[in-house]
Write a protein that binds this ligand. Structure first.
Ligand code: ADP
Ligand code: ZN
Ligand code: ZN
Length: 724
C-alpha cells in the first residue's frame, strides 16, 4: 500500500502530494499524522489518501517512519473539506489541514494533564507509630473515602505525612487524566416558555437547507438556537454554534453551560493552550457534543452534526483576514450539507448578501419581528452635531445627551455610551458642514495618508491633494480623526464628577476575565455609565440601561468600503438594542454630522427592509457585491524588486484576460497596497471587480496565471472586508 502525504510545512514548493510506502504491519489510515523522511530531515505530514498503486518509481519511494498518533486526527469529512477549501480559496493544503487541529497539538507543546490520586495499598501490612497522628488521619480518611487527590491530602494533612506514607508504600499513587475546562461563571437556566413565533421558527427549521433567521434585537433568537441544539442532541446528533468573538460574553457562555452542562465545549481566543487542547479532545472523543466558539470553531472535530448555527451572521469577523483566508459561511454551508442538516444564519441585521440570497430563495427566510418580552424598541433620537457647533457647543456631547445622562443619574439607572472605533480610518471631514472627501470614481471615502499628505482611494488607488479648506463651505476646520473612549471618559468626569464611569475597550480588557469584572461592576452599580467600543454592542442584557448614547455614529459610515453603510446600520441597531430591555422604556441618542444620510432615517425607524432596498439599489447601480465580485490578489515579499517584477509579469498576463472578458471586467489595476509595507514585507496588489456571469472562470484563470509566475505565497481574497 501507498500513502499520499501532505508535508506540514509552509514552503510553496512542498505544497503538493508526496507518496510514501507503508511499512508492513504499520496500521496507517487516512487522516493520520505521520513522520516521514524528507531529504535529510524527518518531517511531520498528513496522510490524505491511501492507494494500491503509485505514480512514481516504486523503487525510489521512501517509507513512512512512524505515526504521530495511533488514530486519524483528521476525519473523512475534514479531508473532503480540505479539498473544497483548496479549490474555492486557492489555499495550500497544509495550511488548511492546520486549521483542523489545535496548534498546540501540532507543535507538541501541550500534553494531557495528569493529577496524582492516592489509595491505600491493600497488600501492605503496616504499623504506624502512635506519634504519627497525621499519618493515621490520612489512613482513616482514605479508608472512608477510598481515593483522594494529592492536592487535597496535602491541603488537609500536610506534605510530610503524605511523603512518609508513600515511602513506606502504605499508599499507592494513581495517575488520572484531567480535562482543563475554561472557567465559566455559573448561572441559572432561565427556562422560558417559547412564544408562538419562536415555536414556528423551530418547526420550520428542519431540512437540509440554509435558513436566515432575521429577528430584531431581543426577539429571543438565543432561545431558538438552544431548542434547535436540544433537538439535535435528542436525535443523537451534535451541534456547532458560532458567535463573533466579541459576543462571546461570559453571560452567553454561562447560559449555555447552564442549559447543556458538560456537553458544551468552548473554543475561543481567551482559552489557555491547555484548555483549548482539552476542549478539542472532548469534542473529538464525543464526550462533548456541542461546540460553541468564534470563527475557528467551525472546524470543530464533531461528526454527525444535527445543526450548524452562525449567530450575528453579518459580522465581518467571520471572514478570516489573515492566512489562510476563508469565509466561515462557506465552511458552515459545506459542513451542514455534508451532514444533511440545517444551517441557521441568525441576525437582527442580516448582511445585504445574505438577505439578497433569501430574497432569491437560496436561503429560507424565518422572521422574529418583535421582542420576546413584548417591549417596544427604544426610541432613537437623531442629533445634528453640526447644528450643535452652530449653537456654540463644540464639545463631544450634545446638550440633549447631557440632559438625558443627568436624568439617568437622577433616577439611579444606567447608561451606555458607545464609541465606534473598529477599522478606524482617518477620513477627512469638515467640522462645520459635515462634508467628507470622497473618490470621484468610486464614491467611497478617501483615506488620509500622513506620510505623503495625500488623500487616497483604497479601491482604485486614485490620489488627491489633502484639503486645507472645505470645498463645500470654505471652512478651514477640516480635520481628520475622531475621539476615543479615554477622551469621552475624561470629559464625562469633568461634567459628572460624582458618578461611577466604567470603560470597556481593548485596553481595559486585555487581562484574563477583565471583561467579566467590568460587566459585573456595571451590573451592581447605580447609577453608572459604561463607555465602550464594539464590545458593549452585543449580547448584553442589562435591565437598568435606559439610555444608549452613540457619540459619533458616522465613524463607521466613512470607512473606505462599499459595506460601510451596511455596517453602520447594523452597529447602531445592535447598540440601540441594549436600551430598555426590561421594565422601563429605553432611549437612544444618536449624534451625527450627517443627519440627512439615508442610513439614519432607516435606523431610527427600525426599517431593515427599507434599508435593504435602498442599499440593494445602490449596489446594483454601482456594480458592487453582491452584484459583482471584487478579487484582490496580494503579493508581499521582503524583496521589493522581486514583488514589483512579479506583479509586472502577472499583470501583463492578466491584461489578456481583460481582452478576453472585456464585458465582464468592470475594473482592473495593479498597484501598491494602501499599507505599503507590513512586517517588513512590501505589499503590492492586483485589484479587480468583475460581473458575476463569468466570475468563477476569471478567478480561476487569474489564479493560474499567478500561481505559475510566483515562487512565494500570494493571497487571494474575494470581496475583502478591508483593503489595507
Ligand atoms: P436576541 O438574541 O434575539 O437579541 P435574546 O435571545 O437575548 O434575544 O432574548 C432577549 C431576552 O428575552 C432574554 O432575556 C431572554 O431570556 C428573553 N426571552 C427569550 N424568549 C422568551 C420567551 N419566549 N418569553 C419570555 N422571554 C423570553
Ligand atoms: Zn464645510
Ligand atoms: Zn476610487
Amino acid at each position: 500500500m501507498f500513502a499520499q502525504v501532505i508535508i506540514d510545512q509552509d514552503a510553496k514548493a512542498l505544497d503538493k502530494v508526496f507518496e510514501y510506502l507503508i511499512p508492513e504491519f504499520m496500521p496507517i489510515e487516512e487522516g493520520m499524522r505521520v513522520l516521514v523522511p524528507f531529504g535529510s530531515r524527518t518531517l511531520q505530514g498528513f496522510v490524505i489518501a491511501l492507494s494500491e498503486t503509485c505514480n512514481y518509481d516504486k523503487s525510489k519511494l521512501k517509507s513512512i517512519s512512524s505515526c504521530v498518533e495511533d488514530y486519524p486526527a483528521i476525519r473523512k469529512e475534514m479531508l473532503e473539506l480540505m479539498k473544497y477549501m483548496a479549490r474555492k480559496n486557492h489555499l495550500k493544503l497544509a495550511s488548511i489541514l492546520r486549521l483542523f487541529l489545535p496548534s498546540e497539538m501540532r507543535e507538541g507543546k501541550v500534553q494531557e494533564l495528569f493529577i496524582t490520586n492516592y489509595v491505600l495499598n491493600e497488600e501492605n501490612e503496616f504499623v504506624i507509630s502512635k506519634n504519627a497522628k497525621k499519618q493515621m488521619e490520612i489512613i482513616n480518611y482514605l479508608k472512608k473515602n477510598k481515593i483522594a487527590s494529592r492536592a487535597a491530602l496535602i491541603e488537609k494533612f500536610g506534605a510530610s505525612a503524605l511523603k512518609s506514607l508513600c515511602e513506606k508504600q502504605i499508599l499507592l499513587a494513581q495517575k488520572q487524566q484531567i480535562n482543563r475546562q475554561p472557567y465559566v461563571a455559573l448561572s441559572e437556566d432561565k427556562k422560558v416558555k417559547l412564544n408562538e413565533l419562536q415555536t414556528r421558527a423551530i418547526e420550520n427549521i428542519k431540512e437540509n437547507k440554509t435558513y436566515l433567521l432575521h429577528g430584531v434585537t431581543g426577539s429571543g433568537k438565543t432561545e431558538v438556537y438552544m431548542h434547535l441544539i436540544d433537538r439535535a442532541l435528542e436525535n443523537g446528533k451534535n451541534a456547532i454554534m458560532l458567535v463573533p468573538e466579541i459576543s462571546l460574553t461570559p453571560q452567553i457562555m454561562a447560559n449555555f453551560k447552564a442549559r447543556f452542562g458538560d456537553n458544551v465545549a468552548l473554543l475561543h481566543s481567551g482559552l489557555s493552550a491547555g484548555e483549548r487542547f482539552d476542549e478539542w479532545k472532548r469534542l473529538f472523543s464525543g464526550e462533548a457534543r456541542i461546540a460553541i466558539g468564534a470563527r475557528s470553531a467551525i472546524f470543530a472535530p464533531l461528526e454527525n452534526l444535527g445543526v450548524v448555527i452562525v449567530d450575528e451572521e453579518h459580522e465581518q469577523s467571520y471572514i478570516s483576514e489573515s492566512n489562510p483566508r476563508y469565509d466561515t459561511h462557506d465552511i458552515a454551508e459545506f459542513r451542514a450539507r455534508y451532514n444533511h442538516c440545517p444551517l441557521v444564519l441568525g441576525s437582527a441585521t442580516p448582511s445585504v448578501e445574505s438577505y439578497e440570497k433569501a430574497k432569491r430563495g437560496i436561503y429560507q427566510l424565518v422572521e422574529l419581528p418583535v421582542r420576546a418580552n413584548g417591549k417596544e424598541m427604544p426610541n432613537i433620537q437623531i442629533i445634528d452635531m453640526v447644528n450643535e457647533i452652530r449653537m456654540g457647543n463644540s464639545s463631544i456631547f450634545s446638550s440633549q445627551l447631557l440632559s438625558d445622562i443627568a436624568n439617568v443619574i437622577n433616577s439611579k439607572k444606567q447608561a451606555m455610551l458607545f464609541i465606534n472605533r473598529r477599522g478606524y480610518a482617518s477620513f477627512m471631514r469638515c467640522r462645520d458642514c459635515g462634508y467628507i472627501a470622497k473618490c470621484s470614481d468610486c464614491d467611497v471615502s478617501l483615506v488620509y495618508h500622513r506620510e505623503d499628505n495625500r488623500l487616497k482611494c483604497h479601491y482604485c488607488g486614485k490620489q488627491y491633494k489633502a484639503l486645507s479648506l472645505c470645498p463645500m463651505c470654505g471652512s478651514d476646520s477640516i480635520k481628520q480623526g475622531a475621539v476615543g473612549t479615554e477622551k469621552v471618559v475624561d470629559e464625562l468626569h469633568k461634567i459628572f464628577p460624582e458618578v461611577k464611569i466604567l470603560r470597556m475597550d481593548n485596553d481595559t480588557t486585555s487581562t484574563k476575565n477583565a471583561h467579566q469584572k467590568i460587566l459585573t461592576e456595571f451590573k451592581n452599580t447605580h447609577p453608572c455609565i459604561l463607555v465602550g467600543t464594539q464590545m458593549i454592542a452585543k449580547g448584553h442584557d442589562f435591565e437598568d440601561v435606559i439610555l444608549v448614547g452613540i457619540i459619533d455614529a458616522d465613524q463607521s459610515l466613512y470607512q473606505t468600503d462599499y459595506r460601510s453603510t451596511e455596517r453602520t446600520f447594523s452597529l447602531i441597531t445592535q447598540v440601540s438594542g441594549r436600551a430598555g430591555r426590561a421594565s422601563q422604556e429605553g432611549k437612544v441618542v444618536l449624534q451625527t454630522y450627517a443627519p440627512r444620510h439615508y442610513v439614519y432615517k432607516f435606523v431610527a425607524n427600525y426599517d431593515y427592509q427599507g434599508f435593504f432596498k435602498k442599499e440593494e439599489n445602490i449596489r446594483m447601480t454601482a456594480a458592487f457585491p453582491p452584484f459583482s465580485r471584487i478579487i484582490r490578489v496580494l503579493f508581499s515579499d521582503k524583496d521589493e524588486n522581486y514583488v514589483r517584477e512579479l506583479i509586472k509579469v502577472c499583470y501583463t498576463e492578466a491584461r489578456k484576460l481583460k481582452e478576453e472578458y472585456a464585458d465582464d471586467i468592470i475594473y482592473m489595476d495593479a498597484m501598491k497596497s494602501p499599507i505599503k509595507r507590513m512586517q517588513n514585507k512590501f505589499r503590492y496588489q492586483i485589484l479587480m471587480r468583475v460581473k458575476l456571469t463569468h466570475a468563477d472562470e476569471i478567478e480561476d484563470k487569474l489564479f493560474q496565471i499567478i500561481d505559475k509566475a510566483s515562487k512565494t505565497s500570494v493571497f487571494f481574497e474575494i470581496n475583502p472586508q478591508n483593503l489595507s
